[in-house]
Design a protein around this ligand. Sequence first.
Ligand SMILES: C[S@@+](CC[C@H](N)C(=O)[O-])C[C@H]1O[C@@H](n2cnc3c(N)ncnc32)[C@H](O)[C@@H]1O
Length: 272
Amino acid sequence: MKRVPLGLGVLRPLLLGMLLGALAATWWLATRAERQQQQQRLAQTTNWPPREFNSGCNWHYLRVDASGWSTGPIGTFQDLGSRFRHLLPAATEVVIPIFPSVYAPSMIDKLYYNAILQSEIAPGDKVLVIGTGSGADAWVASLKSKAPVYAVEINPMATVNAQTTARLAQFDLRIVVGDIRETELPADFSDFDFVLWNMPYLDNQGKIALNTFHDGDDGSILKGFLARLPALLKPTGRAMLLNVPEAAAYIATPGVTTQTDGTIVLFTIPRP
Ligand SMILES: C[S@@+](CC[C@H](N)C(=O)[O-])C[C@H]1O[C@@H](n2cnc3c(N)ncnc32)[C@H](O)[C@@H]1O
């Protein structure tokens, strides 16, 4: 039998492949740090595309009882099963999914959620929630207004998340996907009694970065929103915004009142 020599003819493509693979790996490693820095800069200065945290899908419970609003993640599928089996009456607890890229409500936001519960939102009031994320705040607003809740959200994934929450919690949500600074809104997105926004104020690790204003790179989100506010509110209407104390520098409207938990601030703003 004739032997086939394993010479350079066979080895050459193999060596070339290994060389190209080594070059690609070197390039990827050399540029990784720069790519990560770019992503961090983008997340810190725009809020869109979404920050990298919460890239998976999770379940959270939302609860309203005598001690106020609370939330938390559902740890295991067993917990999920028992939550669904022992649900309190529908109006006081819901279990909702948090879709990838969507902000998961946490106890950091307690001031905002309890302020909605204690607000003067009355049955029949027209409420607009900006950046409703998973729809958690739209749900709490619906418990107060017992009427359709309106929303504008920049992250398309979050609009679907909020619609799912509305379906699970059985309230009527009319949501538009878009940037509140510029998106064209349907004619009935006007004459609101209340406009609510738990504004972007976390850094790209999902933490409160004290003394840092995470709103565009120049307060452009807050400024753009405030410019639009008069056209959204009824003459007697009010906006309730949660943000870091540094946001105060951008809110010049007379009659603003504040509440704080020592870290973040809830601004109540009459129609400018
Ligand atoms: C801190 S999260 C609050 C989410 C939700 N309201 C909650 O309490 O869990 C801010 C939300 O605002 C949305 N957002 C950021 N900039 C926006 C803009 N310019 N227009 C509309 N929504 C925006 C984000 O996608 C995000 O869902």
